[in-house]
Design a protein around this ligand. Structure first.
Ligand SMILES: NC(=O)c1ccc[n+]([C@@H]2O[C@H](COP(=O)([O-])OP(=O)(O)OC[C@H]3O[C@@H](n4cnc5c(N)ncnc54)[C@H](OP(=O)(O)O)[C@@H]3O)[C@@H](O)[C@H]2O)c1
Length: 281
């Protein structure tokens, strides 16, 4: 039986864990050969092995997407080794939440570097190959999918720079969508709500504890739920362009990715919250 993505090549960033790993696995199951990009080579190798055991094909390309040189080298290596590039999924990202007054500038810089500069570096290198794939593939279409967030739709306290990066990639994607539609390179964003991944493990301890408190009463999404959305987008016929998908956990009432602020402080021994966050959860 022909699989929907047979004879195509997909490159997935952030493939060493979470949404990127699940998406790479899912695209391989749909028949794509997948190029796996992230910094942790050992994790990529494990995933490539698992994909191979499922009769799929994967290429490991360890790279730091914040480096234009490494991002470009990874894209070129994928095309050199696998012959083409039909699908790019930008999933690499970091979320370092916290009130602006307390946040080290290095955390802001890291979010801009990975979530924005990383997306730009990989996308810039991939675009000519995606245009070529849309011209010469039997499907006559190529796809560029970026994992944004509910935080790309609504800004919240203690999420300012994460919001900036996710609003940014959504705007970037919409402009590219309009530029590239005549070339049949479809451009999409997927906006997950709370997904059970390693994303919150990088938060400072007190922020992580607050995030955990506010999410512990809901059942989070699984990375595979987001992989489903990506697979839906990239397996449509060329006449269909699914440009945006928002996927939240069923019990999630707020829009931000995780509830953004820890209790603001203590007053006479009692914890209190900033009223601006009281609608969350
Ligand atoms: N989890 C959620 O609730 C949620 C909600 C909305 C949106 N998102 C978005 O979903 C995307 C994936 O996050 P996740 O939840 O799957 O988190 P995750 O499990 O922490 O995965 C993040 C991935 O990004 C990669 N990465 C980080 N810095 C990198 C760099 N400099 N170069 C290359 N790769 C880098 C990591 O790999 P290495 O460390 O090996 O490099 C890892 O594979 C992110 O863009 C995130 O903002 C997540």
């Amino acid at each position: 039986m022909t699989m929907p993505l047979q004879d195509t090549v997909a490159l997935v960033t952030g493939a060493s864990s979470g949404i990127g790993a699940a998406t790479a696995r899912r695209l391989a199951a749909e028949g794509a050969t997948v190029a796996l990009v992230a910094r942790r080579r050992d994790r990529l190798k494990e995933l490539a092995k698992a994909i191979g055991q499922d009769s799929g094909q994967a290429l490991v390309l360890a790279a730091d997407v914040t480096s234009a040189e490494e991002a470009s080298a990874a894209v070129e290596a994928a095309v050199a080794e696998l012959g083409r590039l039909d699908t790019l999924v930008n999933s690499a990202g970091v979320m370092l939440l916290g009130p602006a007054l307390d946040t080290p500038i290095a955390e802001w810089e890291q979010m801009v570097d990975v979530n924005v500069r990383g997306v730009l570096n990989v996308t810039h290198a991939a675009l000519p190959h995606l245009v070529r794939a849309a011209e010469d593939s039997p499907r006559r279409v190529a796809d560029l999918v970026t994992i944004s967030s509910t935080a790309g739709r609504v800004a919240r306290p203690a999420s300012s720079v994460y919001n900036l990066t996710k609003f940014g990639v959504t705007a970037f994607s919409e402009a590219l969508r309009q530029e590239l539609l005549a070339k049949r390179v479809r451009v999409s964003v997927v906006e997950p709500g709370t997904v059970d991944t390693e994303l919150t493990t990088h938060l400072r301890e007190e922020i992580r504890a607050a995030a955990q408190r506010q999410t512990e009463s809901i059942q989070p999404l699984r990375p595979e739920d987001i992989a489903d959305a990506v697979a839906w987008i990239v397996t449509r016929d060329r006449r269909v362009a699914v440009n945006e998908i928002l996927v939240r956990a069923s019990e999630q009432t707020w829009l931000a990715t995780v509830p953004p602020t820890p209790p603001v402080g203590r007053r006479r021994g009692k914890r209190y919250r900033d009223p601006s966050t009281s609608a969350i959860g």
